[in-house]
Design a protein around this ligand. Structure first.
Ligand SMILES: [Zn+2]
Length: 58
């Protein structure tokens, strides 16, 4: 099994995401971009906010 094979959420066909990273070659569905950095940035922001609230309360 190849590494980049993923099922298209629109047509449910297996697509090689290494060859077609953005759009399904069968139905033309545009895959939503996965941004792992967005989650990390949001988590960091929450931590900073908690630290700020914690220290300002003292
Ligand atoms: Zn598709």
């Amino acid at each position: 099994m190849a590494h980049g094979i993923k099922e298209c959420p629109s047509c449910a066909l297996d697509v090689d995401r290494d060859e077609h990273p953005d759009v399904c070659p069968y139905c033309g569905y545009e895959y939503p971009k996965e941004k792992p950095t967005t989650k990390a940035t949001a988590a960091l922001f929450v931590v900073l906010m908690l630290l700020f609230v914690f220290y300002s309360a003292c």
